[in-house]
Design a protein around this ligand. Structure first.
Ligand code: NDP
Length: 392
């Protein structure tokens, strides 16, 4: 039914490819392309059906457009790094193909992710009669759909949203990140930011924290951070008074991070080392475990969800919707840890929404702009069951 070109054969790319391969009635042909061909071949080797593999440098619009012309897909699924978002979107515009990704653009030399660069493509995609779906991972992605689902079924108006992301897994390393270390550390070391009463408020990094009792996990400290779905939900959820994002970290992780920051290892500007220009964070990435390699020994669970408050029929109401994902269960199914799994499944589901025409439009969209029902149904069907409760 649909031909997809997946770009990026990392932890998330491996899961998306395997999940697409499980749905041949929608994903009839799959090509996986990445910077390193061996990684694509390794993923292809895990599959029960044949796919094509290819090498591409997605920083080059020219190379990417040439590959798109050769493969002639209905949709490009970008699960490379955020740095490649714009060059791949340009290649899609040049070749007339729809686009999906899981993380918003950020310039390599500036740790400042934002939708502003990709939203600026809206007019171009509209004029070309194409659709781009931004941020179809878990957070952003499922968390946006959770909010749209709450608004559609349980609220007349949503006033408060707290997105809470807990990874209570154990990987056995003193320090490791669950997805690309460079992107992860740039995100975690940024200043905290949340939106309240119409204005953005900033804090020192990881300054505000509180404990929360996560279902199936227990009590954990969670820290207020800026996260990309806040930017789009503020635009698309009417009546919002406050939205915040929280993530849990262990003391061990925070201590390592503080030391790395203090000694300059998280810097993103090039420093001179014996006549070579080295970006300390990129060097650190080479030393840290590849997130995909954590999967085999990873135990424990993740819990990511949204606590939402607002009005229904004039009465105040509180609603909590979340998913719990087990690292070992993800590993048994697709050889991945839960962070790659919880990102890869919604990327496949978003792609399925587009290929089956359940979600259609011309321009650049975030997930909360579409009907949440078919997405929520498929999410549970393809491995990410969700639970909803109305706390007191
Ligand atoms: P990895 O680093 O494991 O994988 C990235 C892959 O992209 C690698 O295979 C890499 O190639 C490839 N790549 C990098 N640069 C290029 C390029 N110029 N051309 C072609 N391929 C390239 O990262 P993850 O799989 O952990 O993350 C993938 C994406 O998912 C990231 O954008 C991340 O931010 C996003 N993400 C989103 C989440 C969400 O919930 N929304 C959660 C987690 C991640 P090579 O192997 O050669 O380096």
């Amino acid at each position: 039914m649909g031909k997809v070109l997946i770009i990026g054969a990392g932890g998330v790319g491996s899961v998306v490819t395997q999940k697409c391969a499980q749905v041949p009635e929608v994903f009839s042909e799959i090509t996986l392309a990445s910077r390193t061909l061996e990684k694509c071949k390794k993923v292809a080797g895990l599959l029960p059906r044949a796919i094509r593999t290819s090498i591409v440098d997605a920083d080059s619009t020219e190379q990417t457009a040439a590959l798109i012309r050769e493969v002639s897909p209905d949709l490009v699924i970008n699960v490379a790094l955020p740095y490649q978002d714009l060059s791949i979107m340009d290649a899609c515009l040049e070749t007339g193909v729809n686009y999906l990704d899981t993380a918003n653009y950020e310039p390599p030399e500036q740790a400042a992710f934002s939708y502003k660069w990709q939203w600026a493509y809206d007019e171009k995609f509209r004029r070309a009669g194409l659709m781009a779906l931004l941020g179809s991972g878990f957070d952003p992605g499922v968390t946006n759909v959770f909010c749209a689902h709450a608004l559609k079924h349980y609220f007349d108006q949503i006033n408060y949203i707290d997105i809470m992301d807990c990874n209570a897994g154990e990987h056995g390393h003193a320090f490791a990140t669950n997805f690309n270390p460079e992107i992860n550390i740039r995100e975690v070391t940024a200043r905290g930011k949340f939106w309240e009463e119409g204005v953005w408020k900033e804090t020192e990094p990881l300054y505000i924290h509180q404990s929360f009792n996560f279902p199936e996990i227990g009590v954990r400290q969670m820290y207020l951070m800026y996260h990309e779905e806040l930017e789009s939900l503020v635009e698309h959820i009417p009546g919002l008074k406050r939205i915040r994002f929280w993530m849990t970290f262990s003391q061990e992780y925070l201590t390592h991070l503080r030391v790395l920051q203090n000694v300059g290892m998280t810097r993103i500007d090039p420093v001179d080392f014996h006549g070579c220009k080295v970006v300390p964070l990129q060097f650190l990435k080479e030393l840290l475990p590849d997130p995909a390699s954590l999967a085999a020994g990873y135990t424990g669970k993740t819990n990511i969800g949204c606590m939402i408050e607002g009005l229904k029929d004039g009465k105040r109401r509180k609603y909590y919707v979340y998913n719990v994902c087990d690292h070992q269960r993800a590993f048994r199914e697709v050889g991945a840890q839960a962070i790659s799994y919880t990102t890869g499944v919604p990327a496949m589901v978003g792609a399925k929404m587009m290929l089956t025409g359940k979600w259609a439009g011309k321009g650049v969209f975030n997930l909360e702009q579409f009907d949440p029902d078919p997405f929520m149904e498929d999410l549970a069907r393809y491995g990410l069951q969700w639970t909803e409760v109305f706390p007191e």
